[in-house]
Ligand binder design. Structure first.
Ligand code: HEM
Length: 279
């Protein structure tokens, strides 16, 4: 084979010349994203704490997007589209939870090296995490208070507070499909925390005792996968916190581990868990 033939067969190399910024940059904004890291101490370990937090914020954003897609699909009676979005979110929750790895073994001395630099900053003030909780039915108007000084964030959270949660949309769909979801549950004030109902538990019990391949039974399992992985995130956070700071008070002003323990004890989509005892 001549040199010319060889060159003719060589795979094409990527383009190098662009008039302005690269098309990759125009789409990904990597230059913006990789210059948003401003550590507040000289400790070399602070960078991974900051970036892990930012990475988790990005996953929260994707997951909120999936759950909002699922909610809209349920409202339009499109269960397959809702289940597809929920299943994507399950894989994203796995990736979110895997990002605990770099922080999972922090010692108190390591955390102390930059803890003071965080001031009163705490993940408790994460608005995107709060939107996740709101979509799960864990609504609370007081969680808007920390965001009064940030109009866009506050407006987005306020809108999310007054919209039906993902679980409200699930229950409305069950009712439209003929399941006996009680009127007060359907007409509830959606800006309040969802409280479990024995009648809703009975609906899930019936669905779980029936055909496993029923569309609604599969929706229930996808929601259970979501609930389990949210619970895992809370528990991984709790254990990482216990390792990094024992029972000291949190930077956000809470009792720390004792407060997080109480939060982690809450079941996501409660009837989906309690119904299992009756099948
Ligand atoms: C090992 C490092 C971490 C420690 C020691 C820690 C500690 C704490 C503590 C003590 C609280 C309770 C509120 C307070 O008083 O501050 C809290 C809440 C919270 N943290 Fe962390 N945290 C860590 C890492 C993270 C990361 C990487 C994220 C990701 C965004 C995060 C997100 C949250 C959220 C969302 C809450 C509120 C939970 C709720 O409302 O139930 N934390 N954290």
């Amino acid at each position: 084979m001549s040199q010319a033939d060889h060159e003719a067969e060589a795979p094409a190399t990527p383009h190098l010349d662009f008039a302005g910024t690269t098309p990759y940059e125009d789409y990904v904004q990597a230059d913006v994203l990789t210059h948003l890291q401003h550590p507040r101490s000289d400790d070399p370990g602070e960078m991974v704490f900051l970036v892990t937090t930012q990475v988790m914020e990005l996953w929260f954003t994707v997951i909120v997007h999936e759950w909002e897609t699922a909610s809209r699909a349920l409202a339009a009676d499109d269960v397959p589209r809702a289940v597809a979005a929920l299943k994507r979110s399950v894989r994203e929750l796995d990736a979110l939870n895997a990002s605990w790895r770099p922080l999972g073994q922090l010692t108190p001395a390591q955390f102390n090296s930059y803890r003071a630099a965080l001031g009163e900053g705490s993940g408790f003030q994460s608005a995107m995490y709060r939107r996740m909780e709101f979509l799960l039915g864990e609504k609370s108007a007081s969680m808007l208070v920390p965001h009064r000084g940030a109009p866009r964030v506050h407006a987005e959270l306020e809108k999310a507070l007054h919209e039906p949660s993902l679980y409200d949309e699930v229950l409305r769909l069950l009712a439209r499909r003929g399941h006996p979801v009680p009127r007060p549950v359907l007409d509830r004030d959606v800006s309040r925390r969802y409280e479990p109902s024995p009648e809703v538990e009975a609906v899930w019990t019936a669905l779980y005792a029936g055909d496993e391949n029923d569309e609604l039974a599969r929706l229930g399992e996808a929601l259970t996968d979501v609930a389990e992985l949210v619970w895992r995130w809370r528990n991984d956070h709790l254990v990482a916190t216990r390792r990094a700071m024992g029972s000291k008070a949190g930077t956000g002003g809470s009792a720390g581990v004792a407060w997080l323990e109480r939060r982690a004890r809450k079941n996501v989509f409660p009837e989906l868990w309690t119904a299992r005892s009756h099948v």
